[in-house]
Design a protein around this ligand. Structure first.
Ligand SMILES: Nc1ncnc2c1ncn2[C@@H]1O[C@H](COP(=O)(O)OP(=O)(O)OP(=O)(O)O)[C@@H](O)[C@H]1O
Ligand SMILES: [Mg+2]
Length: 1107
């Protein structure tokens, strides 16, 4: 269950000043001090947050704190700036109400820090994502850039904002930031040229000189030494705890994140450097004939460098420092400037240059952070503007600043009271009128268009004639004399005539926050804010990317003779816009208070705080808040908090919460004047009542705590006892188990020992037995082996003896038989033995030879040349003869298998061999190719059906040949047909007969000795076929064609044989010419086949590829 807490828990003093009892200035300050001493720097007045500057870092701005305050009700936790930021953000996101956060307080009170805390809180709790994070980062990083250019060290604050800032952060419907718009108010530009004692110029000058690289400084023509620049005060050039060099790096990085281009950063730094250079320009007087002094630039080096930085022609600027041109109604009058006027012009230029650069920076940042989406945005405005200022010497700036604070107070009064009133109406509570001081009358004194101080100042500035600060004061004295908040020594209202605290050249205004004395000196000048036109025109002419933008009035094409609006007028207008803007939004206030003047932690100066409490109107704020009902709370948290005070509501109330609260209040017998029931809230009139409730609650809580403690202790003891009991059982069980285990282990091990002894004894007994049996067996075996051995040896000896005896008998028998035979045949043996042995031997050898021949007979192939070798020399003749017979027999056998067709083929092959063997190189490759005769399938191919029928006889050969054109030697394909009596050449594609030559007209055929397929068919001179001349053809089947031609010629009874002429050079008759066909070796370039080329009339050359 979520623990509901309240602001009222662990309160130090009171967290909300509305609850202060009794309410007095002393108790108010005492409460602030008490809380400040306990590091509680935030205190509420209703929904307003008072923030004390701790001047040290407290651990209350951590991410954990952000999480703690996230989505919690305002009064739920102890006062914190995060609670206000969360309330504003949630109201913006969930209720679609635009918000503004107004941060006020005097210089050094922590306004800027507070604004950053609010922004960082919102950044931490709003949506995430790449795009959103980029926007957040840009919004946050705009701060360091603006602080570097707009903040400076003052005696009150080391990082004092010298400009007012209002930033609108825009959100989409989900509450994700989309972008923002920054407005700046009145930069204190006089600081550029002069700083009060103990203060510095704007941070950027020191940061640039300390942090920029040597290279950058060289480019900007600057020196690192601060003392070289008149505009930089030296007595407090370095600030303790502030590292200017590191800050410079941070600023450059921030500029990059915000989206400044590198060249833009460079241009900005050039302008900053130019301001420094400008301060170093000095003037000297030069006497003129008319007796007046004219100013001249003393040392032109700084002027030259500044002109180089800004790209201005030196002479133009130099002239602008010496002369001033006044234009009036088409007339131009040029007057000289004396030295003091030149210094005035220089400083005016420096102030303008810097303040316009600052405004340009704000515009440029706005361009970067502008929301992209065009949809309606929800807006949260954060206003960090200078607080009320009362110095010893107050001038135009303080007047303007205090005017702004008067306006803010107006808004505060208007919105706070309106809010209060609206809440009462909303909650249906009777509204009682509240008395408060309305400062509208002071605002009117300053801003009234007819007789307001600003209007009169403007009137005075624009008036022709001599105008001084004193004439302005005179005017005030006449017009404002009667005003109850205006005081002046010389006013018509003589009551101040003797007031010595009011000097002559001053006027005093009773601001809502106190009386402030203003010295009129410089009012007119500062309000005019004049920059001589010659200077603005010189600046406009500069060849620098920013100058034309920041000095638009210098454009000669747009010379405007009207005076520019005065500073006061501009400020009034922008404050008016700001006020209108703020009035449309829901306000949230942070009132910053500075605890001491020493910028030190832990010091709380009562007088200083009291002064701030007064002029911030905080007491008034509390009174307004308490005028009706001091405290209000929603019914649900109220019931939740106090339900333990009544039996009916404790511990649970089942009905509606309002009824629950009513029951509670009735039960507590609180008087009915003390509270009122609103629609959603209960309103408690006096803090007393609330403290009574709190007191009762605390008492009740103590009782409840005691009860809870009692129950808890009882429960804890019982739990402990049960645990002990359970543990005891477990321990006992474990112990018993352990003891039994040990006993069992002991018995088990003794059993095992005994068992092993018995088993050993038994085993040994068996072993002995077995060993004895084994020995017996071995003895028996040995004895049996010996015995068998003896028996076997005896048998062996007997058998050996028997065999010897048998052999001896057969030997003796053989000897005896031999002797007997020899004795019987001795008489025949010598006469025929030799012849017989010889025949027998020869017979045996021949028998063996034939038997062997039978086994090693060669194969039946006629080309198998193998034959077994003869074993003896004397068999040579027989062997050769047998080989020849076998060869003939085998050939006969082979031939006898031939059919008639095959025979004819072999005859053709034989004839081809006779014609070509060893004569033409093409021949060997043709031997293995069978002669097919018909290569074009003339009978089957339908294309040649006509041709087939045109040839009446049987076709012996049909092939595609290449007919060589007689004129150019190029070939064209023809069908070559050979029949018994003719040869025909026909078109290959159409089958049309081109030439048909009877064989008797063919006298001879010529071919080369080489590897080509060319052949010439020579025709009988005078025959009809020979009209066009001989044919030169080539074919892949040359050997077959020539052989078949030869055979066909031979077969014809009435004709001589066709001559076959094999030579590498022969003559052919082409029409009338005799052409020599010559075969040369050497590969044609396009392949392996022979190519034919007509060289000239007499020569046709055939190139045959080398083999
Ligand atoms: N919440 C804080 N925690 C720690 N230090 C703080 C806090 N608020 C302010 N300070 C310290 O006080 C100094 C002055 O604060 P800050 O610059 O916000 O004042 P300011 O009200 O903006 O003054 P000015 O009107 O001169 O701009 C800071 O530089 C910082 O050192
Ligand atoms: Mg500030």
């Amino acid at each position: 269950m979520e623990v509901k807490t309240s602001l009222l828990d662990n309160m130090i003093g009171v967290g909300d000043m509305v609850l202060l009892e009794p309410l007095s200035e002393e108790s108010f300050i005492e409460n602030l001090r008490n809380r400040f001493d306990h590091n509680e720097i935030y205190t509420y007045i209703g929904s307003v947050v008072i923030s004390m500057n701790p001047y040290r870092s407290l651990p209350i701005f951590t991410p954990e704190k952000v999480e703690e305050y996230r989505n919690r009700n305002f009064y739920e936790l102890s006062p914190h700036i995060y609670a206000l930021a969360d309330e504003a953000y949630r109201s913006l996101r969930d209720q679609d109400k635009d918000q503004c956060i107004l941060i006020t307080g005097e210089s050094g009170a922590g306004k800027t820090e507070a604004s950053k805390l609010v922004m960082s809180y919102v950044a931490a709790v709003c949506g995430k994502g790449q795009e959103v994070n980029k926007v957040k980062e840009q919004l946050l990083q705009s701060n360091p850039v603006l602080e570097a250019f707009g903040n400076a060290k003052t005696v009150r604050n080391d990082n004092s904002s010298r400009f007012g800032k209002y930033m609108d952060i825009e959100f989409d419907f989900k509450g994700d930031p989309l972008g923002g718009v920054i407005s700046n108010y009145l930069l204190e530009k006089s600081r550029v040229v002069k700083q009060p004692r103990g203060e510095r110029n704007f941070h950027i000058f020191y940061q640039l000189l300390s942090g920029a690289s040597d290279d950058t400084l060289k480019k900007l023509k600057l020196d690192r030494d601060f003392s070289k620049y008149n505009y930089l005060s030296l007595d407090s050039a370095s600030v303790t705890g502030l590292d200017d060099a590191a800050c410079f790096r941070t600023v450059r990085n921030a500029m990059q994140i915000v989206g400044f281009m590198e060249d833009e950063v460079q241009s900005v730094l050039e302008l900053v450097a130019a301001v420094l250079k400008l301060g170093n320009i000095e003037f000297k007087p030069e006497s003129r004939v008319n007796g007046f002094d004219e100013s001249r630039v003393k040392d032109k080096n700084d002027l030259k460098e500044m002109c180089e930085l800004l790209g201005i022609e030196q002479s133009v600027l130099e002239r602008a420092f010496s002369y001033r041109t006044v234009e009036a109604k088409m007339e131009k009058v040029s007057t000289t400037l004396n030295v003091s006027q030149a210094y005035y012009a220089r400083d005016a230029l420096a102030k303008n240059l810097y303040s316009r650069l600052f405004s340009w920076l704000v515009t440029r940042i706005n361009e970067s952070i502008k929301a992209q989406a065009k949809t309606r945005h929800k807006v949260m405005g954060v206003l960090d503007i200078y607080g009320f200022e009362i110095f010893e010497e107050n001038s135009f700036e303080q007047f303007i600043i205090n005017y702004c604070n008067e306006k803010l107070q107006q808004i505060f009064i208007e919105l706070t009271l309106r809010e209060e009133q609206e809440e009462y109406i909303r909650e249906d509570i009777e509204w009682t009128n509240i008395e408060y001081f309305n400062n509208a009358v002071i605002c009117d004194l300053i801003e009234n268009n007819q007789n307001g101080i600003l209007a009169m100042l403007d009137e005075e500035c624009l008036r022709p004639g001599t105008v001084t600060d004193d004439t302005f004061l005179d005017k005030l004295n006449t017009i404002c004399a009667e005003h109850q908040h205006f005081e002046s020594r010389l006013s018509k209202n003589s009551k101040f005539l003797t007031d010595h605290s009011l000097p002559h050249s001053c006027f005093r205004i009773q601001h809502y926050a106190g009386k402030v004395l203003y010295r009129v000196e410089g009012f007119v000048d500062k309000n005019n804010d004049l920059l001589y036109r010659d200077l603005s025109q010189a600046m406009y002419k500069a060849n620098h990317s920013l100058m034309k933008q920041i000095f638009p009035e210098g454009n000669p094409a747009k010379v405007n003779l009207k005076r520019p609006p005065t500073a006061g007028f501009q400020f009034k207008a922008s404050v008016g816009t700001l006020m209108r803007n703020l009035l449309t939004k829901n306000p949230n206030y942070i009132r910053c208070i500075k605890p001491n003047d020493k910028k030190a932690a832990h010091i709380f100066t009562d007088t200083l705080v009291c002064h701030q409490v007064r002029y911030l109107g905080l007491m008034e704020n509390v009174r307004v808040r308490r005028a009706g009902y001091a405290f209000r709370q929603m019914y649900e948290p109220c019931l939740e908090r106090y339900k333990m005070l009544c039996k009916q509501t404790w511990p649970h109330w089942r009905g509606p919460t309002r009824e629950g609260v009513e029951v509670l209040m009735t039960d507590l017998q609180i008087s009915t004047e003390e509270f009122a029931y609103g629609r959603s809230k209960i309103f408690i009139r006096n803090p007393r009542t609330l403290f009574f409730l709190e007191e009762k609650r605390r008492g009740c809580l103590e009782n409840l705590a005691a009860l809870i403690q009692k129950i808890y202790r009882g429960w804890k003891c019982r739990k402990h006892f049960l645990l002990l009991k359970k543990s005891q059982v477990v321990v006992a069980a474990w112990y018993r188990r352990y003891a039994q285990q040990k006993k069992y282990q002991k018995i088990k091990s003794s059993t095992i020992v005994m068992q092993s002894f018995i088993r050993g004894w038994k085993a040994r007994k068996i072993l002995r037995e077995l060993k004895y049996q084994k020995r017996c067996k071995e003895a028996v075996t040995t004895i049996a082996a010996y015995w068998h051995g003896t028996q076997a040896r005896m048998e062996l000896r007997r058998l050996k003896q028997e065999a010897r005896n048998k052999h001896a008998v057969s030997v003796i028998w053989a000897f005896w038989q031999g002797t007997k035979v020899r004795r019987e045949y001795r008489k025949f043996f010598r006469a025929h033995a030799g012849r017989k042995i010889y025949d027998f031997t020869i017979q045996r050898i021949m028998q063996k030879y034939f038997l062997n021949l039978k086994k090693t007979m060669p194969s039946m192939s006629p080309i198998d040349k193998k034959w077994p070798a003869r074993p003896y020399q004397f068999m040579e003749g027989a062997n050769t003869e047998l080989r020849r017979i076998f060869y003939l027999w085998r050939c006969k056998k082979y031939r006898s298998q031939f059919t008639e067709d095959k025979k004819a083929v072999y005859e053709e092959k034989l004839e081809a061999s006779e014609i070509f063997k060893d004569k033409k190189a093409l021949y060997p490759s043709s031997v293995s190719q069978p002669f097919k005769g018909d290569y074009v399938e003339i009978n089957k191919n339908p294309k040649y059906q006509k041709l087939n029928s045109a040839v009446e006889e049987k076709v012996l050969l049909a092939d595609v040949v290449n007919k060589i054109n007689r004129a150019n030697g190029k070939g064209s394909s023809r069908i070559f047909l050979l029949t018994k009596n003719n040869f025909v050449l026909a078109d290959q594609k159409t089958g049309q007969v081109k030439a048909s030559v009877p064989l008797p007209d063919l006298t001879s055929v010529s071919v080369s000795t080489q590897n080509d397929g060319f052949f010439a068919l020579k025709l009988k001179e005078g025959s009809a076929s020979a009209a066009k001349g001989d044919f030169l053809l080539s074919s892949d089947h040359l050997i077959e064609i020539i052989t078949k031609l030869h055979r066909a010629g031979t077969a014809m009874a009435d004709r001589e044989q066709i001559n076959i002429n094999i030579s590498d050079e022969f003559l052919v008759q082409f029409k009338q010419d005799k052409v020599c066909v010559k075969f040369v070796q050497g590969g044609p370039k396009n392949g392996n086949s022979a190519a034919c080329k007509r060289k000239n009339n007499r020569l046709l050359e055939v190139s045959v590829p080398s083999p």
